[in-house]
Write a protein that binds this ligand. Structure first.
Ligand code: A3P
Length: 289
C-alpha cells in the first residue's frame, strides 16, 4: 500500500479524500427520511446517476447541472471536503458514496431514506478504473494492467473488493427504499431508466421535461459540461488539488480491448466462485459480457 491509502476497518481508503474522522463521521451521520443517496462501487456510473437525479429534481431544466459542480449538488457522505455542506444543506438532500454496506451510516437502516445502488459489469469497472488510475500515480508507480487486475480481484484497492461491495449491498434489493440500477440499463434505455428512477423518487416529469433531461444526460453533452465532467483529486502529501476528466469512453464492453484471454478466464473463475449463489438475472452482463 502506498501513501495514497490507509486501512479503515480492513478496507483501503484514499488519504486525499478520507480520514479516520471523516469515516467515523459517515458511520454516525444522521440520515433523514427524505434523503436520497446514490451508492456505487467507483467507476460504475455514479456521476451519470447523480446527473440523472439532479435533472429529475430540476424537472429537466439544465440550469442547475450547468452552474453547480456535481460534487456540490450531491456531496459525498464520507469525503472530508463535503461533510460540512451536507450538514448545512436544506432537505430533501442528495448525497453519494462508494462506501461498502458495513461502513455506511447506521441510522439509514431505521430510516426511510432512499438509496439508488448503481452496478456495472466488473470487467468494465476495472477497465475504467485502470485508465483513470494513470492520473493518480506518478509514472514510476503505475501498475501494469495485470497487476491492477490482480489487486482488483483481491480487493486490494480503494473501497475494497467489488465482490464484497456488491454482495453486501445486493442483500438490500427487496427493501422498499432501495433501487438497483445498472450502467448497462442506462445505456440500453436511458429514458425508460429515468422513468423508473422518477417513479422510485415519487416524481413526475412531463414528456418535454423528460426529453430535455435525456438530452442533457447524453455522453456528449455531459462531456462538454465542466460542472459534470470533472472529479477532484487531492495529493495526499502536499494537499494540492487538481481536477481530472470524469468521462472517458462511456461504452459497455471496453474490457474486451484490454483483457487477454488468460486474464478473462481467470476473472471468470473468480466471478463464478464468488457470485454463483446469486440469480444471474440480477446482473445484465450475465447474458452477454
Ligand atoms: P468509462 O471510463 O468506461 O468511460 P463513476 O461516475 O462511477 O466514476 O463512473 C465513471 C464511468 O461512467 C466512466 O466510464 C464514464 O465515462 C461513464 N459515464 C459517465 N457519464 C456517462 C454518460 N453520460 N454516458 C455514458 N457513460 C458515462
Amino acid at each position: 500500500m502506498t501513501d495514497n491509502y490507509f486501512l479503515f476497518e480492513g478496507i483501503q481508503m484514499l488519504s486525499g479524500f478520507h480520514s479516520v474522522e471523516s469515516l467515523s463521521f459517515a458511520q454516525n451521520f444522521l440520515v433523514k427520511d427524505d434523503d436520497v443517496i446514490i451508492v456505487s462501487y467507483p467507476r460504475s456510473g455514479t456521476h451519470w446517476m447523480i446527473e440523472m437525479v439532479s435533472l429529475i429534481v430540476s424537472k429537466g431544466d439544465p440550469t442547475w447541472v450547468q452552474s453547480v459542480k456535481n460534487s456540490a449538488r450531491c456531496p459525498g457522505i464520507d469525503s472530508k471536503d463535503w461533510q460540512k455542506l451536507l450538514l448545512d444543506q436544506d432537505g430533501p438532500r442528495l448525497m453519494s458514496t462508494h462506501l461498502p454496506l458495513q461502513l455506511f451510516p447506521k441510522s439509514y437502516f431505521t430510516s426511510s431514506a432512499k438509496i439508488i445502488y448503481v452496478i456495472r459489469n466488473p470487467r468494465d469497472v476495472v477497465t475504467s478504473n485502470y485508465h483513470i488510475s494513470k492520473h493518480f500515480h506518478p509514472l514510476k508507480n503505475q501498475k501494469t494492467f495485470d497487476e491492477h487486475l490482480r489487486a482488483f480481484i483481491q480487493g486490494d484497492v480503494a473501497y475494497g473488493s467489488w465482490f464484497d461491495h456488491t454482495l453486501g449491498w445486493i442483500t438490500r434489493r427487496d427493501t422498499e427504499n432501495f433501487l438497483l440500477m445498472s450502467y448497462e440499463a442506462l445505456q440500453r434505455d436511458l429514458r425508460g431508466s429515468m422513468q423508473k428512477v422518477c417513479q422510485f423518487l415519487g416524481k413526475h416529469l412531463t414528456p418535454e421535461q423528460l426529453d430535455s433531461a435525456v438530452q442533457n444526460l447524453s455522453f456528449s453533452v455531459m462531456k462538454e459540461n465542466r460542472m459534470s465532467n470533472s472529479i477532484m483529486l487531492r495529493n495526499s502529501k502536499d494537499g494540492t488539488v487538481s481536477n481530472i476528466p470524469l468521462l472517458r469512453k462511456g461504452i459497455c464492453g471496453d474490457w474486451k480491448n484490454l483483457f487477454t484471454v488468460a486474464q478473462s478466464e481467470a476473472f471468470d473463475r473468480v466471478y463464478q466462485e464468488k457470485m454463483s449463489r446469486l440469480d444471474p438475472d440480477l446482473f445484465p452482463w450475465s447474458k452477454s459480457c
